[in-house]
Structure formats: C-alpha cells, structure tokens
Design a protein around this ligand. Structure first.
Ligand SMILES: Nc1nc2c(ncn2[C@@H]2O[C@H](COP(=O)(O)OP(=O)(O)OP(=O)(O)O)[C@@H](O)[C@H]2O)c(=O)[nH]1
Ligand SMILES: [Mg+2]
Length: 258
C-alpha cells in the first residue's frame, strides 16, 4: 500500500526574512518520504515582498519536485484564509496539514507528525501539535506568550467545553474528508481559525489528539499580544454563540455538547 498522501501548506505574510532556511530543511527531510507535497501560500503581502518570496522559492522548486508552485493571493485573507486556500487546491489527498513559516516548530517535528498520521490505517483522528508539555526546555517561549497561551487555552476549553490545552500551535494534520465535511461552514480566517476548526471537527464527530512537540520561539512574530488576543477572544465567543444557537452549519453531526 502506498503511504497516505499529505498536502502541507505554509501560510506566509511578510515571511521572506524568516522562511528560507526552514523551507529548505523541510524540503530536504520530506523529500524521500513520497506522497508529501508542500505549498507556500503568500497572503497578499506587497509586490516587493512577493518578488522576494519568488526568489527564495523558485530555486527550491527546481530542486524539489514535491514543493509545489507557491500560491500568491491577491489580497490578505488572514492566516486561516491562506491555509484554507492552500488546502482547497488538494481535494484528493488523505491528509491536509499546515505549519508556521518561522521554524519555531522544526522540520523534524513536522516529519514526526506525518509519520504518526501515517500509522492510522485510514485518516480518522486529527493531530494537533501542542506546546503543553513545558518540562525542561522543550518549549522555549517568552513568558508573556506562554502566559497568554495558557489563558487562551483555558478560555477555549471552558467556553467550548472541549478538552484541549493548546488550540493555537502552528502545526496540524487533518483528515481531508473531515475537512471537506465542515469547510462550507468555516467563517473565521484570522489567527483564531484553529478554534473554529477544532469546534467544527469535534461537532462533526472527528476525534483529535494533542501531540506534544518541541517549540523554540523565533523572533519577528506577527501576533500582537494585546490586539490579537482581544480579537481572538471575540472570535471564540462568536464560535460559542454559533454553536449554542445551533446555526453553526458546519456539519450534520451530532456531537454538540457545549
Ligand atoms: N496568511 C497569513 N499568514 C499569516 C498572517 N499573519 C501571520 N501569518 C502566518 O502565521 C504564522 C504564525 O505567525 P507568527 O508571526 O509566527 O506568529 P507569532 O507571533 O510568532 O505567534 P506564535 O508563533 O504562536 O508564537 C506564520 O507562518 C505567519 O506568516 C496573515 O495575515 N496571513
Ligand atoms: Mg511564530
């Protein structure tokens, strides 16, 4: 049996300064796996940035057949919008995945998660990388981000009544069929898209597993601790009220226990 196929999207906004070494390493470590495609989705940065990204990606595309041509979105959609745009170009794969561009989560961790997904006889359980295990220096983050991450995790699990510690980690693998069931109802395209994705998967009956990974924060992040936390909290409340009103429209599933 050929290994399960995976389409891995890297959402990028103003990432030309950070993505080069990580993309190179990712292409190297996945090259011999077979059945894995990688795609950068450039999310409406300006023309100069798009040109810089082309300069980084073109030579890598020439060396690696599994690095697909980048998708350049004409307008910024937000991280979730970019991930979904990339996923929608791969309607036949077994697994849909994304990873952040900055390399905070290493190429080796991506490889581990792909291998773990492939142990499933058929894609069934979504895999959410998690920075929950903070023993030793496995997870290196600024204390402010660590604290906000904990508060946000508590907010998500309490308000949505879904047991999860870290919904926001930038590496996830989703069974493609599960995504296609819920995709028409997904509305959130900003940094909280993972929360809606989680709720929709859960409510449609798709299980998920949190997988502890190493995470070494890279400087130059785009998430503004206060501004984006407020927006994200508002999005969590929106997901909650949609579920409560029963009008979520993302599935015909039956697991609405929030
Ligand atoms: N497509 C898209 N991607 C974005 C946008 N903003 C950020 N990203 C991507 O989202 C990913 C995560 O953003 P980061 O800047 O790494 O976030 P951070 O501030 O470091 O936060 P953490 O990584 O969670 O600590 C990166 O791949 C970014 O390029 C956006 O507006 N659109
Ligand atoms: Mg980051």
């Amino acid at each position: 049996m050929p290994p399960a196929t995976v389409h891995l999207v890297i959402p990028c906004y103003q990432e030309s300064g950070r993505i080069g070494p990580f993309l190179n390493e990712l292409c190297e470590v996945t090259r011999d796996l077979g059945g894995v495609t990688i795609q950068v989705v450039e999310d409406g940065s300006d023309a100069a940035e798009a040109a810089r990204m082309r300069d980084i990606i073109a030579p890598l595309c020439a060396r690696h057949a599994h690095l697909r041509p980048a998708l350049f979105l004409p307008q910024n959609r937000g991280k979730g919008g970019a991930v979904y745009a990339g996923w929608d170009t791969a309607p036949d794969v077994d697994w849909l995945a994304f990873v952040d561009a900055d390399g905070s989560c290493s190429a080796a961790e991506v490889l581990n998660l792909i291998r773990k997904a492939r142990l499933q006889p058929t894609p069934q359980t979504a895999l959410f990388a998690s920075r929950w295990d903070q023993t030793g220096d496995k997870v290196r983050r600024q204390w402010k981000r660590r604290l906000m991450g904990r508060i946000f995790g508590t907010l998500v699990s309490t308000l949505l009544n879904i047991s999860i510690h870290d919904s926001q980690c930038g590496l996830k693998l989703i069974p493609r069929t599960a995504y296609q069931r819920i995709a028409p109802g997904l509305r959130i395209h900003g940094f909280a898209f993972d929360v809606e994705l989680l709720a929709a998967l859960h409510d449609s009956g798709c299980d998920f597993e949190e997988v502890s990974i190493a995470w070494h924060e890279t400087p130059g992040g785009h998430v503004h601790l206060v501004r984006d936390s407020v927006r994200m909290a508002r999005d969590v409340l929106a997901v909650r009220s949609r579920r409560k009103s029963g009008g979520q429209g993302w599935s015909s599933g039956s697991r609405l226990d929030a």
